[in-house]
Design a protein around this ligand. Structure first.
Ligand SMILES: [Mg+2]
Length: 414
């Protein structure tokens, strides 16, 4: 037995060429007849061209014969084959690197150019990380110019190593994202990343393309005044609570029937229908945590089957008019983060399994509290403080950060 082990050697077999069914089976058939062990195997298939690698260990007395048979089979199949010996030391070195940190870099945009991919992968390389594998998450895109529906591109890189400075890495990725019109996400690759369970959304300017308070103000004839305060609040220039009280007071006297009309005409953000459909289908718990108003949150809740809604309640008098006051505590930035933690507890999910998506300064606490915080078409201050953002495509881009491939889903998300 001892003697036999000493005479074994490792050989890396590399096969490239046109993919065809049964190729792996016929290679394995030869290896099997000579009792080879498979230590590693991997394949990439790019544009119907395959690159297959198999690391085998076998009796060195048989290896000459095996290579001869493999060469013969490869020429019969019309593929290229190559062999490299791998020493015991090289193999053990590879084994010892197994425990290293793993990360996922996701890069997406309407289109992806070499310049964009260079920028992202340069940052990764400068941080001492190595790319293990690369896959395309977006579907195949036609070249036909008239078929421009759902144009987007997404690539996922699996990385290995320990970044020299993770904060710098993350902010550099956000910088190139801004400069080159793409979006990046950098996440630790753990089981939690594959098993996110709870997703919390901001509502105004995230799920809907408006700030409802501004629309209400418009109808109340105080549009300009309120809009100016909202903008400053969302940029984080003034305290949210204070500005909220101020704005609600200006709505005094507005008839509640206006709320229903606004709700029925809410401009839904691109990708919300698809995103909600997929999240529900795959069992995610969904929450709206909004500094806006419960009435509209509940409207979206009914429409999409959302599990939790926390927002602010406007007080209405006996004549059906807004009193200019609100009921209960304000849902501000701090409260959003608390609610995220609370719902995670109720749903018995680890905080690492949570996702938060928002655009405003009052979303920053929940973005940083969550396992995956995504700034969506966000204000500059929010993007600057977020770890990942989506600015170039619709909100269903979140699915890419969760690792969903377009080929798993159709247009509707089935
Ligand atoms: Mg918002």
């Amino acid at each position: 037995m001892e003697q036999q082990k000493k005479n074994e050697e490792q050989i890396l077999v590399r096969i490239t060429g046109q993919d065809r069914p049964g190729l792996t089976a016929s290679i394995m058939h030869i290896l099997s007849r000579h009792g080879a062990k498979v230590l590693d195997i991997g394949q990439a298939d790019i544009h119907a061209t395959l690159s297959l690698g198999i690391l085998i260990r076998m009796d060195e007395l048989h290896s000459g014969q095996v290579m001869k048979e493999l060469l013969f089979k490869a020429s019969e199949l019309g593929v290229n084959i190559g062999f490299s010996p791998v020493s015991d030391a090289e193999y053990e070195d590879w084994v010892s690197r197994q425990g290293k940190n793993r990360f996922i870099l996701t890069v997406l945009g309407r289109h992806l150019s070499a310049t964009q991919i260079e920028a992202a992968t340069r940052i990764i390389a400068d941080q001492g990380l190595n790319i293990d594998s690369i896959i395309r998450l977006s579907g195949r895109q036609t070249l036909k110019e008239n078929e421009t529906k759902n144009i987007r591109a997404c690539i996922e890189f699996s990385l290995r190593g320990t970044p020299k400075d993770r904060a710098t890495l993350q902010s550099e990725l956000m910088r190139v994202s801004r400069e080159l019109e793409m979006d990046c996400s950098f996440q630790q690759d753990t089981m939690y990343r594959r098993m996110r369970r709870l997703i919390c959304f901001d509502m105004d300017s995230t799920l809907i393309q408006t700030e409802v308070i501004d629309e209400l103000a418009e109808r109340a004839g105080v549009g300009q005044q309120v809009r100016a305060i909202t903008e400053r609040a969302m940029r984080g220039e003034i305290d949210f609570k204070e500005s909220f009280t101020e704005r609600v007071a200006l709505l005094k006297g507005l008839d509640v029937s206006v709320m229903r009309d606004i709700a029925e005409h809410l401009p839904i953000t691109e990708g919300v229908d698809r995103l909600m459909y997929v999240l529900k289908r795959y069992g995610y718990k969904i929450a709206i945590l909004s500094g806006g108003f419960t009435y509209f949150g509940e409207y979206l809740q009914k429409r999409y089957g959302i599990d939790y809604v926390y927002a602010n309640e406007l007080e209405v008098d006996e004549n059906g008019k807004l009193t200019g006051r609100y009921v209960g505590d304000i849902v501000d930035g701090r409260r959003k983060a608390e609610l995220l933690k609370l719902i995670a507890q109720v749903e018995k999910v680890d905080i690492a399994q949570t996702i938060a998506v928002g655009d405003g300064a009052n979303d920053l606490p929940m973005l940083s509290e969550s396992g995956l915080g995504i700034a969506f078409h966000a204000k500059p201050r929010v993007v600057a403080n977020a770890k990942q953002s989506i600015n170039t495509i619709g909100i269903d881009g979140v699915l890419y950060f969760l690792g969903f491939k377009d080929s798993y889903l159709d247009e509707r998300g089935q």
